[in-house]
Ligand binder design. Structure first.
Ligand code: LLP
Length: 407
């Protein structure tokens, strides 16, 4: 696929002029169409999509997700509140905490949101506090090693997430002790998972455990579909996963004796490819080893290359016909924040606009003020019009919460 220069007729270059760089740009139509694709892939089962809010949590994006018919998965009380703010019903939100203070659980319960219980101590405290009055879900750690790299593999035996499947007897004791009303079981094994087989293996763990829970309404398979980051990357074939997992799920429902809902929690699949980070080259610096292109952004805006050695495609928007040269594209942060290493780009000059692809998921949402740098603006393209959905930070934002003392 050629490198995009426009979204819905809106040129990246005009966005740079209007909003400046660095700039996060999102294609709203792509987000909505990804939701539809997933709905189609799982059309054979009663599907509920719970978008993994953490991937990109701008409230306008959440609104689009809602419009497309999905709910959300929240991993902090703040994400849950963002969801409520844009009009999700409490019943459309699942709260999947990881070792949070119990006050957050109480806050979510007060909002009417279902809790995904993530540890035996939490189950105990939840039972002591609420008994069987509330519907709840249990996050199982299925002991499956899956995902693009160890940092994003979260369903294996040594992961902090979920309650080990080997602890099922203890889970059942607590359910019994407090008469807990468990209506869902959940797994999430990791991110960047290519094969349907991994989802099927996870499903088998869920199916086996589910036979011990008579009141279930849903099984949640988590997220983790792989998207293509490198040009040669193969993405998860969600049609294939939908077919294979859907069939296994329907068979299980027969055995279980009741039709359950199948829940999914995609993050990357819905928003990764819809997002672009537009940056400007500030220096082209030849050295005896490589030529560096410095840009007006860095790990403070997109940490994935540094944190996961993630690959993001980069192209030169300003010189599409130029001859290919090899560069290291680096950020302006006082760290070795390499965005792209030994990459062929059309010849780059100072002031050229570069586009970083797959920036929709875990881009802005993982950004920071490191080096006292400001976060970029975010623009959403919807129905052929660019809408500023978050202003660029200003210097005042850096000191807004600092108390100034005299010494
Ligand atoms: N559900 C749960 C419980 C999760 O923890 C996650 C991601 C998801 C769903 C969504 O996974 P996705 O479909 O986006 O792969 N920051 C990392 C990804 C790890 C996110 C953690 N959990 C990255 O940029 O690669």
């Amino acid at each position: 696929m050629p490198n995009p220069t426009h979204i819905q007729g809106v040129a990246f270059s005009s966005l740079a002029e209007e909003f400046g760089t660095p700039l996060y740009i999102y294609d709203g139509a792509k987000i909505v169409s990804q939701v539809k694709t997933l709905q189609e892939a799982f059309a054979a089962v009663p599907l509920k999509i719970k978008y993994a809010t953490k991937a990109l949590s701008n409230i306008n994006v959440l609104k689009l997700i809602r419009k497309a018919g999905a709910g959300i998965d929240a991993v902090s009380i703040e994400e849950a509140r963002l969801g409520m703010l844009v009009g999700f019903e409490a019943s459309e939100i699942m709260y999947t905490p990881s070792g949070v203070d119990f006050s957050e659980i109480q806050e979510a319960v007060d909002l009417g949101i279902m809790i995904n219980l993530d540890s035996l101590p939490l189950m105990e405290r939840f039972g002591q506090t609420y008994g069987g009055t509330l519907e709840a879900c249990i996050r199982i750690n299925p002991h499956i090693m899956a995902g693009g790299n160890l940092k994003i593999s979260v369903g294996h035996k040594e992961s902090k997430f979920g309650i080990s499947i080997e602890q099922l007897p203890e889970i059942l004791q607590l359910v019994e002790k407090y008469r807990l009303n468990i209506v869902g079981l959940h797994i999430h094994t990791g991110s960047d998972i290519l094969d349907a087989e991994v989802f099927l293996r996870g499903g088998n763990v869920l199916f086996e455990a589910a036979m011990q829970f008579p009141n279930l309404k849903f099984l949640d398979f988590g997220g983790g579909f792989k998207v293509a980051y490198k040009p040669q990357d193969v993405a998860t074939d969600v049609m294939e996963v939908g077919k294979a997992v859907g069939a296994a799920f329907q068979e299980f429902c027969k055995k279980y004796g009741r039709q359950l809902e199948l829940w999914l929690e995609p993050g990357k699949f819905l928003v990764s490819e819809a997002g672009f980070l537009l940056v400007k080259s500030t220096v082209v610096k030849p050295t005896p080893s490589v030529t560096f292109v410095g840009v007006d952004s860095g790990l403070n805006h997109l940490i994935r290359p540094m944190m996961y050695d993630a690959y993001h495609s980069v192209y030169n928007l300003s010189n599409p016909e130029g001859k290919k040269e090899k560069y290291n594209v680096v950020g302006y942060i006082c760290e070795t924040d390499t965005i792209a290493s030994h990459r062929e780009l059309n010849e780059v000059k100072e002031g050229d606009l570069l586009v970083i692809k797959n920036a929709g998921a875990y881009g802005y949402s993982m950004s920071s003020n490191y080096n006292s740098r400001l976060r970029p603006a975010e623009v959403l393209i919807w129905e052929g019009k660019a809408r500023l959905i978050r202003r660029r930070e200003e210097f005042e934002d850096l000191i807004r919460h600092q108390e100034i003392h005299e010494f």
